[in-house]
Design a protein around this ligand. Sequence first.
Ligand code: NAP
Length: 262
Amino acid sequence: MRHILILGGTTEGRALAAALTPELTAALAPELTAELAPTAQRITSSLAGRTAQPRLPAGEVRIGGFGGPEGLADWLRAERVDAVVDATHPFAAGISQNAALAAAATGTPLLVLRRPGFTRVDGDHWLPVPSLAAAAAELLPRRGERVLLTIGRQGVAAFAHLDGVHFVSRSVDPPEPPLPPSFEVLLDRGPFTVQGEEALLRERDIDVLVTKDSGGAATAAKLTAARGLGLPVIIVQRPPVPDGVPVVPDVEGAVRWLERLG
Ligand code: NAP
């Protein structure tokens, strides 16, 4: 039986696990049923273990780091993995690099499933930056003094030295210290609505949004809301995908890639 490892922690990772699990495919992705039905396969999803209450994917799940690229390579050999789909978050550059090294070391086919970034439209006032440090150093507090920060739990330390700026930070789990002196936390998980995001921006008197180009429908509403209110958005650009690794933008692309592997 062929064994597929999905490096997950994302909506796409869960959707792929569901699409490859025959009993769920018919219900969730009927258009793929005919292609997938004949293949019996073992699906393992891997999560880093960062989120206290993760949404668990279908199929087998393992949680925790592998111990660098060598540890992942050992795991691929020991578990006789036939293919790896790296469906991790676009900003999880470390595990993507490890996957590329481990796949090369073991000769395991590797695909990156990466959702497209957010799409800029007329009326957006985006200020792209290469890193969180650049967002803090170059743009705050010049661009605003009341910030909605939606960068996830990690990386808030880049803003810790900024006084004179009030941060409203939203993440699934509490952010890691050090934190800025004027800082409040909203624990929440998408999907979010444009109406809800507008209300949040107004209620908290936000004058700039700081976020990452994560992409995905679940969190795009804040950008629409910022556009509607004429607010600038400081947006951190994505790290590159490791050289030479094929990339697809959606679950269907990943399913077709796996089909072609046979
Ligand atoms: P990272 O910096 O790329 O990875 C750091 C280390 O965490 C890796 O070297 C690996 O440890 C372990 N790791 C990461 N993803 C793993 C996975 N799926 N399975 C097993 N081990 C994993 O990752 P991160 O930015 O901390 O993100 C951690 C996880 O959260 C990712 O799986 C990602 O999909 C998810 N996530 C991240 C973000 C974000 O903004 N970065 C947002 C939403 C979800 P070892 O070296 O010991 O193997």
